[in-house]
Structures are given as C-alpha cells and as structure tokens.
Write a protein that binds this ligand. Sequence first.
Ligand SMILES: CC(C)(COP(=O)(O)OP(=O)(O)OC[C@H]1O[C@@H](n2cnc3c(N)ncnc32)[C@H](O)[C@@H]1OP(=O)(O)O)[C@@H](O)C(=O)NCCC(=O)NCCS
Length: 152
Amino acid sequence: MTPPIAPIDELDDILALLRACDLPVADIAPGPAQQFFGLRDGLGLIGVVGLETMGAVGLLRSVAVAPAYRSQGLAAQLVAFGEARARAQGAEQLFLLTTSAADYFIRLGYRPMEKSKAPPAVQATAQFAGLCPASSVLLCKALGRPAADSSK
Ligand SMILES: CC(C)(COP(=O)(O)OP(=O)(O)OC[C@H]1O[C@@H](n2cnc3c(N)ncnc32)[C@H](O)[C@@H]1OP(=O)(O)O)[C@@H](O)C(=O)NCCC(=O)NCCS
C-alpha cells in the first residue's frame, strides 16, 4: 500500500533526496511560499514534490523519487497531489522547468511553452531566474476548477 502524501517541513530530508536525484537545491526553503509534500517509508523520505503558487499561476518543482522506488507510479501521485493543492489555492495554470524529464511530464498532460511567454510571476521565481540551466524546458498545464467550484 502506498503511504499517504503529507506536508514535509524537514529541510535536511528534502535536500538529501533532491541531491540524490541531481536536482538543484540552492533556493530550497520550505514555508508558506514554497510548500513541499512527500512520501515516507520506514527509512525516510522516498518522494517529494514542491509547489509555489502565485495567484492564478503556480510552479511545480523538485519532483523526485528515490531510485529504488521508481516506476511504481509514485511521481505521478505526487504530481497529481501538487496539482490538486495548486487548484485548491486558486491556480489555473501550473508551470515547471526540467532538463531531463520533459517527456515524463508531457505524458501527464503538460505542454512545452516558450520561456519568454511564461507569466511574470513565474519568471520571477529563483528557479526560473537562474537556478535552472538555459537548456531546461518550460512546461505548462491548464488545471481544471477545484471540485467545490464545479457546480457553479
Ligand atoms: C522523473 C521521476 C520523478 C519519475 O519518478 P517515478 O516514480 O519513477 O515515475 P512514475 O512511476 O510515475 O512513472 C514511471 C514511468 O515514467 C518513465 N520515466 C521516468 N523518468 C523519466 C524521464 N526522465 N523521462 C521520461 N520518462 C521517464 C519511466 O520509464 C516509467 O515509464 P513506464 O511506465 O512506461 O515504465 C524520477 O525518475 C526522478 O526522480 N528523476 C530524477 C529527478 C527529475 O528528473 N525530476 C523531474 C524534474 S523536476
């Protein structure tokens, strides 16, 4: 059975997993502006997803699953969880930058977008402004309305 996805505030755990997965860590600062959610097993954090929401747009980031736990659908669950949280916080579009996993996110419904067309709030994030290399690809997904709004 998959353990529940829950908020993660322990910086050291997040850093260790992101480093093990070769993702950038320079701006990681869990808090209201940078939320992290993850999966744990008995040994520690095995999967993580980060979310920054800025009104109607959000940045999904730091999606990582420990190598021994891959290909079990855990990242797909983490992404879906991040999307639901983003929607609940009012985001209508979710963006992400990746150097190595664009095809993975395209399978989950994300579409490539020219970086110059990203909303200013997304361009202003540390990840966008410099942490991710120029070779990274910007992907975007339109989010449906939150379930509570669907009857309106
Ligand atoms: C990308 C990543 C999060 C996927 O985690 P996961 O839990 O194995 O993913 P899922 O189980 O949901 O999906 C597995 C499928 O995705 C495919 N996949 C995994 N990584 C991929 C990648 N980088 N590009 C394309 N497809 C990929 C697998 O081959 C597998 O395909 P299959 O279902 O046809 O066998 C994980 O490989 C990882 O942590 N990579 C390093 C960090 C990273 O690149 N993060 C993304 C940028 S933020």
